[in-house]
Ligand binder design. Structure first.
Ligand SMILES: Cc1cc2nc3c(=O)[nH]c(=O)nc-3n(C[C@H](O)[C@H](O)[C@H](O)COP(=O)(O)O)c2cc1C
Length: 174
């Protein structure tokens, strides 16, 4: 599958079959995440692949205000954490940029595009009680959960895309 096809076929999947996803497939997605660019090549991310009781506990922490109930059915939840170094935090302050979050977003998209190529469904989940997930995972000091990725075999079709027009998002300056 080429990049365009992967971008076209990825969508936020919120309905999954109960079939588990093998670690071999997950590792292919993680390999694409691992290759992602990052500011100063810091690679500040970590991916926790969860199933079973830990996954069920994390699912509960995504279900704020009645949202994200589908995380109960997703066979795999992947918690993505960052651990920015002090130097990164300083650079962020000077540049007014949250580089580690930008890095993490790029890596997560690489993961999701590879998953789409493999016929897997994903949803990036940001409405999460991140501190509670940190506790469940017993993350290191200074390491914080930023996003959850749900992963499984889709039990739904891709819905129509709602996107801004090219004219709204692109500016050519010459
Ligand atoms: C940072 C981020 C946080 C998101 N959080 C959630 C979420 O908590 N729950 C959810 O169902 N979808 C979430 N989404 C998915 C978006 O709603 C979705 O990407 C958007 O509506 C476009 O739809 P598509 O992914 O199917 O193209 C999130 C996406 C991103 C990038």
């Amino acid at each position: 599958m080429d990049v365009t096809k992967a971008c076209e076929s990825r969508f936020s999947c919120r309905k999954y079959t109960c079939e588990d996803v093998g670690n071999g497939l997950i590792e292919q997605c993680l390999e694409c995440a691992r290759l992602a660019p990052s500011a100063l090549n810091k690679q500040p991310w970590k991916f926790y692949v969860t199933r079973g009781d830990i996954k069920a506990a994390i699912a509960k922490e995504t279900q704020l205000f009645g949202a994200n109930g589908f995380t109960d059915e997703a066979p795999v939840l992947i918690a993505v954490t960052v651990k920015p170094k002090i130097a990164d935090k300083l650079a962020d302050k000077i540049k007014h940029q949250d580089f580690s979050s930008i890095d993490l977003g790029i890596a997560v998209q690489s993961f999701c595009l590879k998953a789409a190529e493999l016929g897997l469904g994903t949803c990036i989940i940001g409405w999460v009680k991140t501190k509670s997930v940190d506790k469940i995972l017993n993350t290191a000091a200074g390491e914080h959960t930023k996003l959850i990725i749900s992963l499984g075999y889709p039990a739904c079709d891709q819905p129509p895309r709602r996107r801004k027009s090219m004219e709204e998002i692109a500016v050519y300056i010459s």
